[in-house]
Design a protein around this ligand. Structure first.
Ligand SMILES: *[C@@H]1O[C@H](CO)[C@@H](O)[C@H](O)[C@H]1NC(C)=O
Ligand SMILES: *[C@@H]1O[C@H](CO)[C@@H](O)[C@H](O)[C@H]1NC(C)=O
Ligand SMILES: *[C@@H]1O[C@H](CO)[C@@H](O)[C@H](O)[C@H]1NC(C)=O
Ligand SMILES: *[C@@H]1O[C@H](CO)[C@@H](O)[C@H](O)[C@H]1NC(C)=O
Ligand SMILES: *[C@@H]1O[C@H](CO)[C@@H](O)[C@H](O)[C@H]1NC(C)=O
Ligand SMILES: *[C@@H]1O[C@H](CO)[C@@H](O)[C@H](O)[C@H]1NC(C)=O
Ligand SMILES: *[C@@H]1O[C@H](CO)[C@@H](O)[C@H](O)[C@H]1NC(C)=O
Ligand SMILES: *[C@@H]1O[C@H](CO)[C@@H](O)[C@H](O)[C@H]1NC(C)=O
Ligand SMILES: *[C@@H]1O[C@H](CO)[C@@H](O)[C@H](O)[C@H]1NC(C)=O
Ligand SMILES: *[C@@H]1O[C@H](CO)[C@@H](O)[C@H](O)[C@H]1NC(C)=O
Ligand SMILES: *[C@@H]1O[C@H](CO)[C@@H](O)[C@H](O)[C@H]1NC(C)=O
Length: 753
């Protein structure tokens, strides 16, 4: 409310200033510089010399304003130019007073003239003030005249004063009896006075033997009968002369700023009113000082002026004005003659306060409405995305299988935003063709990985849902677990458990890490991966084809346990269908050549890709390398080529060579070779591969695998199994001991139709 009060006081101040501008401000004695420079004499005796007047050429505005101070006289006297015209007062509003000699004409008793004085005065550019001065003639046998020049024209006027006896004279009346007066025309610049007598005072000599005439300030002379005689002792009387700058108008002067005389800020120019040429300057209302000097006009502190003591409580000075203020809780104009200060808030104040309060309340309501609408819109959007992303279908399917799906959670957008610090760039842990993977942290320090896919095709929504459902049901220690998902965003978000030790790809191809990847670990990883794939392929009603098996999709945890990930490309194949034609998908180097040719997707494609991973584990070489000759660029080709040439041991990885039992290594090599068979039908199925590798791994762990006497037998056994596997082909009946799917899921895969 403080702001409102200030506004209100300002309003009041404006009103007061408007009102006060009519009241005249009496001038206080000047306490500001009046001369142009410190060196310029600003007074002569008791007479001040304000600029544009000055006693030297540098100190005066022009020759017109040059004055002389005669300090030899006592007291010193000021004279206009170097004449004998004595100046007694200079006013900044355009007048100055000079002393003017009185004309006199005296006679002897015998009728002869005793003395005669006929003074005259001449001003070049100044003019005699025609309203302040009167031409007065005194005498009982007299007529006096005044004449001279009005610029380049002439004038003459006068009057007659007569009386018979002393009693004819009237105190204070100058109407012809012993005294007469007349006005003079304007623009008078020279004054000559003459006096004449009709009868040489022969009839009135006993009480009046002299005539007098003068042009003087009206207020300086009031007629009294005694003046018939006592005027003899007076030599001079004051006369008012008008001065102005130059001889043009304000507009003409302003065209030449260097010579323009109104130098001060807060000053203005006005034409000399109808008595001669030139212009004058004046300070604005509320300012005082010398408008002819730079910064000559200063603010008048009206509050210090006792004659303006009109405020009841408090007077506040402002530049160019002032206002009366009332204390807090009072209103009114605060002036003594006016309203004064009245207790209580004014109507205007109440009105302003009321309106302001109303506006504030309205604003608050608008704000609240805006936020509420925004919140609703966001909720609606979330719901829309949820539906669009198949939320209902998912929820329904999940609720139907309540018993089996235990841990899949539907996350809210808010939770995931919080977990990833609003999807901060620092939280990105992976980027690729599929989208972006963020690391997130749920409450209780549960670390998760959030996959934000690329925008999803609306037609694939149902398929996406099926995949989510499948993944949410795979509960295998070697598959990255899907913890939940979020459908409230435009792009569905998948939430996985966070695997902290990188990908198999890194461990194989980063030299520092590869050294720690022992033969035993390699075998273990291979067996675990094979196990997972076998599990996926062998679910009861549908089998899941991963379609993108590669070392970069196998994650490792801190115990180097394999976790297969990225089921983004995976397809479900109903059990009554052994193959499926789809658009080609996969990673170059791992892609099944048969699938490439026929576009027919079968489980055997995964077997081929796994074979490549196996070779990668065995050799530590890149799957695709352009450093190798063209036919050996693909690792699979290179592998098969060196096998044929019997140079296999040239390309095996160091750890494998050093630590691996030669026979075991050969077994794995044979498994890899069978997986890489060009014809899918001739590759073993995943289950067989998994069993073979698992067997080898157990053999590796148990000392009998290394002791000599059983080696032969076991080798034969394995060889037999292996060749059997190669020849048998598909066999779904073998159970590896995983829980299989309970539900049958219909599959609307476009590619399949
Ligand atoms: C005043 O006049 C004296 C002598 O004429 C000169 O030395 C001095 O600089 C002047 N001061 C100013 C402020 O003009
Ligand atoms: C100036 O005026 C004061 C009073 O107004 C007077 O006492 C003083 O004598 C004057 N001085 C001169 C030099 O006229
Ligand atoms: C004029 O008269 C007065 C007295 O009335 C006298 O003192 C004075 O000398 C006279 N003037 C002349 C010139 O005679
Ligand atoms: C008139 O009187 C004066 C003085 O009294 C004298 O000097 C003068 O000569 C007289 N004039 C005549 C014409 O008598
Ligand atoms: C008045 O005086 C003037 C000048 O001295 C003289 O010429 C004139 O004759 C006188 N007149 C009378 C009537 O004495
Ligand atoms: C006024 O009187 C002076 C001096 O006697 C004279 O020179 C001047 O011409 C007179 N002015 C006029 C307008 O007659
Ligand atoms: C006229 O006479 C009165 C009364 O004696 C006197 O006060 C006044 O000063 C006189 N005027 C002039 C101009 O001498
Ligand atoms: C103004 O003054 C100038 C020079 O002082 C002069 O030439 C000009 O004629 C004057 N104009 C008027 C209207 O007096
Ligand atoms: C001055 O006078 C001129 C002409 O008479 C006129 O146009 C102009 O407005 C006046 N200026 C002022 C400030 O009065
Ligand atoms: C004449 O003097 C009076 C009073 O001093 C003043 O008000 C008026 O403005 C002056 N006349 C001119 C034309 O300056
Ligand atoms: C008036 O003068 C004051 C200083 O006295 C200055 O602060 C103010 O800006 C001036 N006003 C204008 C309009 O120049």
């Amino acid at each position: 409310m403080g702001f409102l009060q200030i506004q209100f006081i300002n309003l009041l101040a404006i009103l007061v200033i408007i009102a006060s501008s009519k009241s005249s401000l009496s001038a206080t004695p000047p306490n500001f510089p009046i001369a142009l420079k410190p060196n310029c004499t600003d007074h002569c005796g008791n007479t001040s010399i304000p600029y544009p007047f000055g006693t030297t050429e540098d100190c005066s505005q022009s020759d017109d304003f040059f004055v002389t101070c005669n300090k030899k006289l006592h007291p010193p006297k000021l004279f206009l130019w170097d004449s004998n015209i004595e100046i007694i007062d200079i006013k900044l509003d355009g007048q100055l007073r000079v002393l003017q000699f009185i004309a006199s004409d005296c006679y002897h008793r015998n009728g002869t003239r005793a003395s005669y004085k006929e003074p005259w005065i001449w001003f070049s550019t100044f003019t005699v003030n025609n309203t302040a001065n009167k031409f007065t003639v005194i005498g009982c046998d007299t007529y006096g005249s005044i004449y001279g020049q009005r610029f380049d024209r002439y004038y003459m006027t006068g009057c007659t004063a007569y009386c018979y006896e002393k009693d004819d004279l009237i105190e204070g009346s100058c109407t012809g009896s012993g005294c007469c007066w007349t006005s003079i025309p304007k623009e008078v610049s020279t004054v000559n006075l003459t006096l004449s007598s009709y009868y040489n005072f022969s009839y009135v000599w006993d009480f009046n033997n002299c005539s007098y005439a003068f042009l003087a300030e009206e207020s300086a002379f009031t007629f009294s009968p005694e003046n018939m005689t006592n005027l003899r002792n007076v030599e001079e009387l004051p006369m008012v002369v008008d001065w102005a700058i130059g001889n043009g108008t304000c507009e003409e002067a302003q065209m030449n700023p260097s010579s323009y005389a109104c130098k001060s800020r807060n000053s203005s120019c006005y034409n000399k009113t109808d008595n001669g040429h030139g212009y004058r300057c004046s300070c604005w209302e509320g300012y005082q000082g010398n408008p002819y000097l730079i910064d000559g006009c200063q603010d008048v502190d009206e509050c210090k002026d006792p004659s303006l003591n009109i405020c009841e409580k408090r007077c506040v000075n402002t530049p160019g004005g002032f206002y009366c203020a009332c204390p807090k809780g009072y209103h009114g104009d605060g002036r003594k003659g006016g309203q004064g200060c009245i207790h209580g808030e004014s109507l205007t104040f109440k009105l302003t306060a009321g309106i302001s309060l109303g506006v504030i309340v309205l604003l608050l309501i608008a704000c609240w409405l805006h936020l509420e609408l925004k919140r609703r819109r966001q909720t609606k959007m979330r719901q829309m995305f949820f539906l669009q992303n198949g939320g209902m279908l998912l929820r329904e399917k999940i609720s139907r299988r309540e018993g089996s799906s235990d841990t899949t959670t539907i996350f809210s957008e808010f939770e995931l935003h919080k977990a990833t610090n609003n999807f901060d760039n620092n939280m990105i842990i992976g980027k690729g063709g599929f989208g972006i993977v963020y690391k997130g942290c749920l409450p209780h320090n549960r670390i998760i990985a959030i996959k934000k896919s690329k925008e999803i095709d609306l037609d694939q929504i149902e398929q996406f849902i099926n995949e989510v459902i499948i993944l949410s049901q795979i509960n295998h220690r070697n598959v990255v677990k899907l913890l939940g998902f979020c459908l409230e965003t435009q792009v569905p978000l998948l939430v996985y458990e966070f695997i902290n030790n990188g990908t198999l790809f890194e461990h194989i191809h980063n030299e520092a890490k590869a050294r720690f990847l022992s033969w035993e670990t390699r075998l273990k990883i291979a067996a675990e991966t094979a196990n997972v794939l076998a599990y996926l392929h062998s679910t009861a009603s549908t089998s899941i084809i991963h379609r993108d098996v590669k070392s970069a999709n196998i994650l490792l945890d801190h115990t180097l346990t394999a976790k297969v990930s990225d089921f983004g490309a995976s397809r479900l194949v109903p059990s009554d269908q052994t193959q499926l034609s789809t658009l080609m998908h996969g990673t170059l180097g791992y892609l099944d050549p048969e699938y490439m040719q026929t576009n027919q997707l079968t489980e055997k494609s995964d077997v081929y890709s796994f074979g490549v991973v196996l070779v990668e584990l065995l050799t530590g070489k890149k799957v695709l390398s352009f450093d190798r000759p063209e036919e050996e660029r693909g690792l699979a080709n290179l592998f098969l080529f060196v096998m044929k040439e019997d140079r296999l041991f040239e390309i095996l990885e160091e750890n494998v060579m050093r630590e691996g039992n030669k026979k075991e290594v050969m077994k794995v090599v044979m498994v890899a070779k069978s997986c890489l068979h060009l014809k899918g039908d001739e590759r073993p199925c995943m289950k067989e591969v998994a069993m073979e590798l698992e067997g080898l791994m157990l053999g590796e762990k148990h000392p009998w695998g290394q002791t000599g006497h059983n080696e032969e037998v076991k080798g034969l056994l394995l060889e037999g199994e292996l060749s059997g596997a190669i020849n048998v082909g598909d066999d779904n009946s073998t159970s590896i001991g995983f829980d299989s799917e309970k539900d049958h899921i219909m599959l609307p895969i476009r590619g399949g139709r």
